[in-house]
Design a protein around this ligand. Sequence first.
Ligand code: ARG
Length: 255
Amino acid sequence: MKKILFAMMTAVLVFALAACGGAEEGGSTDGKKVLTMGTSADYFPFEFIDTAKGDEIVGFDVEIAKKVTKELGYELKIEDMEFGSLLGALSAGRVDFVMAGMTPTEERQKNADFTDIYFESKNLVMTKDQAIASVDELKGKKIGVQLGSIQEGLAKDKFKDSEAVALNKIPEIIQELKTGRIDALIIEDAVAVKYMEQDSSLKTYQIEEDGPTGSAVAFKKGDKMRDEFNAELKKMIDSGEIEKLAQEWFQKEAK
Ligand code: ARG
């Protein structure tokens, strides 16, 4: 009898320990599994730090990620880092997916699997006081771009006679233009609008492009989670929910 009781107690103990381990692994107290999103929170209104709310990262991408991870039964955790480090962090397994207004270029697809594009955008050349009338005006000029972005690629491939100045954060690049340390910058339309609302001296010119544009979510190569995420994302696109979120976020005042 004593033996049976002891065996039962051990079984209970082992079970309790296992439950504990599981919760710890998930990194959350209610036992829910966690998915970590890597982002670069310098991209209003896709992802940015809401200073009014402390240092919480909010935005269009964050809303989509929250909804999708909730539908899939995960808790969302967000890691903020430099844009240029995102795909490395993904390959190294430090984050589970990357959502940062990221364009699924051919180059990036070699190292990551992307969902469908959930938001379309175009690239603009931004200058101060006067818009350029043609890209020829950029010859010999300094063009600011974000390090590791498609805009950096554009500056290097398309504007070979200009000097690409690659910086880490979008607000820094805008600042460099305002103070005249660079002559122009390349930026996506959805992000540019807000800075232009704040400063009417900023002008833009739309670049004609052949490369890919828009945003998609990146997963580690071969990760089956990509398909699950994509299915939920597609539901949100088809139901018009993404469109609604876009209207909401792209109308907010720039921070
Ligand atoms: N769409 C561009 C790219 O993929 C720029 C994205 C920048 N995103 C950010 N969170 N700063 O390169």
